[in-house]
Ligand binder design. Structure first.
Ligand SMILES: CC(C)(COP(=O)(O)OP(=O)(O)OC[C@H]1O[C@@H](n2cnc3c(N)ncnc32)[C@H](O)[C@@H]1OP(=O)(O)O)[C@@H](O)C(=O)NCCC(=O)NCCS
Length: 225
């Protein structure tokens, strides 16, 4: 995996604001990151790019119709394509990769309220979408929820935000209702999406299986909560 996640630091804020502005314009209203970073009820994670592994690492499968081997091969091809893309994006962004701080790929904001971990924002740099980073941030969020003894993870999404809803649906978020006229810019409704009880066996098993599948597809990322 050529991305990892860790807690946001104050020096990340300018890059996070860039990602936020890109993701939520029009209608962008800046989050007071500096204030929220200091709150014990908030947790922010950032995803950053790491050095890609050489192409072909971990290739497998023989294309002979053996389902498991072919799935592994498809995942390895995804990973290899991802490695090439990351190199291209880094080069386009002019980021040399001297430190992780100059190549943030996305972030997630989480409020810890009562028994709920509430995702306030999640966004990935547009040029890096579709490569597993949003999913990695969501995995980090669910892990934070476990670590903090929360029972559920919840959020609001624009009813038109089909891509985000697909991601949440994959991780077992159910539609719980609608908040009418929730978004100030265009009065769009929000759909409320919430997981089942995350400590229930059924959810744990689903989450662990998704994490395992993620590792097979993209490799095992470093996750520091
Ligand atoms: C929503 C967002 C964070 C997803 O991040 P991402 O890195 O692009 O997503 P991933 O590559 O990790 O994809 C994870 C899952 O999301 C869904 N998904 C991602 N891109 C998709 C697309 N183009 N079409 C349909 N589903 C998509 C799929 O379920 C995917 O799982 P799969 O690969 O097994 O099909 C990203 O699109 C984003 O930053 N959007 C703008 C900000 C935003 O809308 N945030 C959500 C506010 S509620």
């Amino acid at each position: 995996m050529d991305a990892a996640i860790r807690r946001m630091r104050a020096e990340d804020i300018p890059q996070v604001i860039d990602i936020e502005r890109e993701a939520f314009t029009p209608g962008w209203v800046g989050t007071p990151f500096r204030r929220e970073l200091n709150s014990r009820y908030c947790r922010f994670l950032v995803a950053y790019l790491t050095e890609p592994e050489p192409d072909g690492a971990g290739d497998g499968g023989d294309g002979d119709g053996d389902g498991d081997a072919d799935a592994v091969a498809a995942d390895a091809a995804d990973a290899s394509m991802w490695a090439r893309m990351v190199r291209g994006v880094k080069s386009a962004l002019g980021v040399g990769g001297d430190t992780e701080d100059d190549r943030l790929a996305g972030y997630v904001g989480i409020w810890l309220q009562g028994n709920q971990a509430h995702i306030t924002e999640i966004a990935v740099r547009e040029s890096l979408r579709g490569c597993g980073i949003g999913e990695l941030l969501l995995i980090g969020t669910v892990r934070v929820a476990y670590e903090q003894g929360m029972d559920e993870v919840t959020l609001e999404a624009r009813v038109s935000n089909f891509i985000a809803q697909r991601l949440y649906d994959k991780y077992g978020f159910n539609e719980m209702g609608i908040r009418k006229n929730y978004y100030a810019d265009n009065k769009e409704d929000a759909v409320i999406m919430t997981t089942d009880h995350i400590h229930a066996n059924a959810y744990r098993e689903k989450f662990y299986a998704l994490e395992e599948r993620f590792h097979q597809r993209y490799g095992t990322p470093v996750i520091e909560l």
